[in-house]
Design a protein around this ligand. Sequence first.
Ligand code: ADE
Length: 340
Amino acid sequence: MIKKDYPLNENTLEEEKEIISLRPKSLSEYIGQDRIVETLKIAIEAALKRKEPLEHILFNGPPGLGKTTLAHIIANEMGTRIITSSGPALEKGGDLLGLLTHMERGDIFFIDEIHRIPKVVEEFLYPAMEDFAVDFIFDKGVHARTHRYRLEQFTLIGATTRAGLLSSPLRERFGITRDLDFYNEKDLAKIIKRSAKIINITIDEGGAYEIAKRARGTPRVANRLLKRVRDYAQVKADGVITKEVAIDALTLEGIDDFGLGDIDRRLLETIIINYKGGPVGIEALSATLQLESDVLIEVIEPYLLKTGFIIRTSQGRKATEKAYKHLHMNIKQKDKTPLF
Ligand code: ADE
């Protein structure tokens, strides 16, 4: 399994726990993704009124935008349990059946990275989602018999960074499908101010906006940067996060004013110098950068595409003029000697 926001996230376990504690527990505390939140409020209120479990829900989007957080909030608002697993953890049909057969009515079953479920396991999900039943198969060949086992009515919440990789039978079984998009600076600044209050650090408007600007549109990154800047403020300044403190701290972290880190810049430089600006295929990039192509596609690329540093063509990725400008390179520099 790839680490969630590897390699941008080098948190220790303790830091990870503190970041998790910053997650909102209810929809009213949740900042941003307004239309998704509104849809969920209505669906939850209607289900509670009818005393019925919620429909199955699929969240799609880059890491760190709140898919897991929303699943926990939904369970909290519905007053139900949440049982969590992930695609790679469900290796065999038995792993899934064990969880499904212990579900109680209304339970939320959260599957992270649902696109990584093995095909054989996925097939057990179809009747489970549609008919709340699983079919056990005994014997093989002509003697094969099936026994249908009834399940309690549960709600599956799937999270994926690659909805395109989901088979259509699986995708079609979700009643609500939503794409989470990157957050704007205003919402990120609000999230940062809320988190600052929880972790007890004073931050002014300029400080919150400076961190927001460099947080790649991602709350998880924003909270991680906030903690780095808090350390810096407490050691190098008077414990207050201002714009200047945030700039100094994040510059030291190698994070530029677009939120790009070393890996992003290395990717852009590789396209420009090694591949003359592109187009370059993802596998070639992955080999040159020595990073898994899944990490490039799911973690690093989405923000570079969103902010227009690269574009994707049928022949591969190309660096844009914005990338050349940002790296202070001109088009001729693409003829320089490759970096590695
Ligand atoms: N912390 C992380 N994500 C958040 C969000 N969307 N709203 C409030 N706090 C958060």
